[in-house]
Write a protein that binds this ligand. Structure first.
Ligand code: ADP
Ligand code: MG
Length: 684
């Protein structure tokens, strides 16, 4: 009988063509969508005792009109009515703005219920709604009235009425969708009851219980979708089961100049297990800045090459590509692997050579920006693709890979630690590996916050580091003067610093330098020939110069927390104590809080958790590209426990054969079908 619910909302009495159009604007086309259009909150019309009401609160009070109302008109169509009332034996003033017709309804002695804002000091209520105590409306009216998000011409009253009618007529068709054992285990309200109740609860407690059920269902269905996708990927996508010679991999790990941390060992195992399995890996590797993701990538690439495939490492910037090529060459070439760079700055001839070599299988590992998988580039046998900074490698790139007939194992690396709740939501269909441990011997970076007027003191502190033979970064937000933004630019600072440090070489790096010049600047800094590097955020990701121990971030309030943390991660990469100074005069409280958080913690996960608190999940990744689903009822911050539970249950459910066969799970399979998850999947 589900189809009845999928019939158009215009089947409901009172919903004509016009109204139906307006409802469509709210995303309501069918009766199901109407019934599942949930209130965002309730208006509380329970009559309160005046003694308990706080100043400024919106309340409903009952009392008797006492004295004649007085009306004052001023301006065009503006008026104010005031009348004395006795409420809980206190004489108070009730005031109505711009409702002159009210006067007729408030004769002395009348008992009325008023709802509005209470002013404790003036003993006055500014009334927005009123009813007479014995009116029909007062009898009928529930204490809690749902408030819905509105749009267009739709009024709250119309929506309430329409939903009420919809529930009366069609509520009986609402079926349970969750498996009964889950409903029982978590003591959830049955579905039909919950939907009825969430719209029209008897009291707050009931409303909360109904909301809890709906929230759980929402998270569960989302996780079910993710876990079903994962399972289908594992079962149906014919990935390659790479035959990895584990002995050789172990020998390689032993040959490294340092032992792996336990976290690195664990994630290496997770990754290699995936690569050896017959499905294609779809895994996110997250680890804080400096936690040692590169070497994990190198081990995976080595394993893939030893299994007879080629590997590719994709990075967001040319600078990073250069750097990764160097570190991978250092690690892999002594073992006889060919590592090449395919970047935009190559000559056409060189590029053609590399592409040909890739196609013939003469290059084992290639590093580049994402031009790497596009256009004219083909591999002989691509087994593993690793992308650094996963959010810049989108669905489109994955599609291109598949269109080339390849289904390599894919590993996404990110240094933007994502709180677990968000990770399992945004990347719900992926497996997640986390490096949650820093290599031994790292000293936490000491972060301080200075005002712009203290810039010279900061530079003196920097001079101290330079005298010890260390190097320093000065980061600036923009490269050109922009009156609008009034930001000190990198070029200016560069001039200033050259004057301040005549004894040192001060380099300048920004995005608009020609590629060749960028190279030279970077090389010069990496080799220690340049001691100070003034740079825009192009050094944000991945750059590794362990001798740099000092960073000043100019106009730090212009950066987000995640970005500040990334930037700061360029120092503290060696055994020496490192320092980071944030130069900022933030105006807002949130801006100040961000500076304080940076000074308090070096832990990327802790930082992102607090960032999330400051900003809320919607904002967390910046824009819409976040890939975070929008939930109607669930809140990722407060409902994270339910999210974990829902994920667990969904994972277990899709792993059972019975789920895909038994009739009692049909509503859930129907849901997956509607969501397009089962496209092309054949059940036996
Ligand atoms: P990120 O995770 O930010 O990419 P890197 O891979 O660049 O971090 O590693 C940061 C530094 O730590 C590098 O210089 C690397 O050689 C070093 N490193 C990585 N793993 C270890 C380890 N287990 N012990 C000591 N140093 C390590
Ligand atoms: Mg890195």
């Amino acid at each position: 009988m589900q189809q009845v619910l999928d019939s158009p909302v215009s089947n409901i009495y009172g919903v004509g063509e016009e109204r139906a159009k307006e409802l469509a604007g709210l995303g309501i086309h069918t009766i199901r969508e109407l019934l599942e259009y949930f209130p965002s909150r309730y208006e509380d019309y329970r009559v309160r005792d005046l003694m308990d009401v706080k100043d400024g609160e919106r309340v409903t009070l009952a009392g008797t009109v006492y004295g004649e109302p007085s009306v004052r008109f001023y301006g065009k169509r503006k008026s104010r009515i005031s009348v004395r009332m006795v409420i809980n034996r206190v004489v108070v003033m009730a005031v109505w703005f711009n409702q002159p017709y009210i006067k007729k309804q408030i004769a002395p002695g009348k008992e009325i219920i008023v709802t509005g804002k209470w002013d404790k000091h003036k003993l006055q209520i500014t009334v927005s709604e009123m009813t007479e105590v014995d009116s029909e409306r007062a009898q009928k009216r529930g204490d809690l009235v749902p408030v819905y998000p509105l749009g267009g011409e739709i009024t709250l009253a119309f929506l309430r009425k329409t939903i009420e009618r919809g529930l009366q007529k069609y509520g009986k068709y609402l079926e349970e969708i969750l498996p009964e054992e889950i409903v029982a285990r978590y003591r959830l309200m049955p579905r039909a009851e919950a939907i009825q109740t969430v719209h029209f609860p008897e009291n707050m407690e009931e409303g909360r219980r109904a909301r809890r059920r709906i929230m759980f269902e929402e998270l569960f269905l989302f996780q079910l979708k993710m876990q079903a996708l994962r399972r289908i990927n594992r079962q149906q996508q014919k990935g390659m089961a790479q035959q990895i010679p584990m002995e050789e991999v172990r020998a390689f790990v032993k040959s490294l100049p340092y032992p792996l941390t336990n976290a690195q060992k664990r994630v290496v195992k997770e990754i290699l297990d995936d690569m050896q399995a017959p499905y294609s890996m779809n895994r996110l590797l997250q680890g804080d800045v400096g936690s040692g993701k590169t070497v994990v990538a190198a081990i995976a690439l080595y394993a893939s090459v030893k299994a007879g495939y080629q590997g590719a490492l994709m990075v967001p910037t040319e600078i990073l590509a250069e750097q990764h090529v160097q570190s991978l060459q250092g690690l892999l070439e002594p073992l006889g692997l060919q590592v090449a760079l395919l970047s935009g700055s190559l000559t056409a001839k060189k590029r053609r050579e590399i592409i040909a070599a890739l196609q013939m299988g003469m290059i084992d590992v290639v590093v580049g920006t994402h031009a790497l998988i596009q256009e004219d580039v083909f591999f002989r046998d691509l087994g593993l693709v690793i992308t650094d900074e996963q959010h810049r490698f989108g669905v489109e790139q994955r599609r291109i890979l598949r269109s080339k007939g390849m289904s390599p194992d894919v590993l996404f690396m990110t240094a933007t630690p994502i709180p677990r709740t968000l990770a399992i939501t945004a990347f719900g269909d992926m497996d997640v590996s986390t490096i949650d441990e820093m290599p031994a011997g790292r000293k936490p970076i000491e972060t301080t916050w200075a005002k712009h007027e203290q810039f010279h003191q900061v530079l003196e502190q920097m001079r101290g580091e330079l005298r010890r033979g260390r190097q320093a970064y000065v980061i600036c937000p923009l490269i050109e003067e922009s009156e609008k933004l009034d930001v000190q630019n990198a070029i200016d600072v560069h001039v200033q610093l050259q004057q301040f440090f005549p004894e040192y070489k001060v380099g300048l790096m920004h995005g608009r330098l020609p590629a060749k010049e960028k190279d030279e600047v970077m090389q010069s800094f990496a080799s220690g020939e340049t001691q100070v590097l003034v740079s825009t955020t192009v050094v944000e990701v991945g750059v590794n110069v362990p001798n740099a121990t000092f960073m000043a971030i100019y106009d730090a309030e212009r950066f987000g927390l995640a970005q500040l943390h990334q930037l700061r991660g360029r120092v503290g990469r060696g055994a020496e104590q490192s320092y980071c100074v944030l130069i900022a005069d933030p105006k807002s409280e949130v801006g100040k809080e961000r500076m304080r958080i940076m000074c308090e913690t070096n832990d990327g996960f802790e930082l992102s958790r607090r960032d999330l608190e400051l900003r809320g999940p919607g904002d967390f990744f910046g824009t819409k590209q976040s890939g975070l689903p929008e939930f109607k009822v669930a809140d990722l911050l407060s409902d994270y426990k339910a999210l974990e539970v829902a994920r667990q249950e969904a994972t277990e459910l899709v792993a059972q054969d019975t789920f895909w066969k038994e009739a009692r799970f049909a509503p859930l399979r129907d849901y997956l079908q509607r969501e397009g998850v089962l496209e092309g999947v054949i059940f036996d």
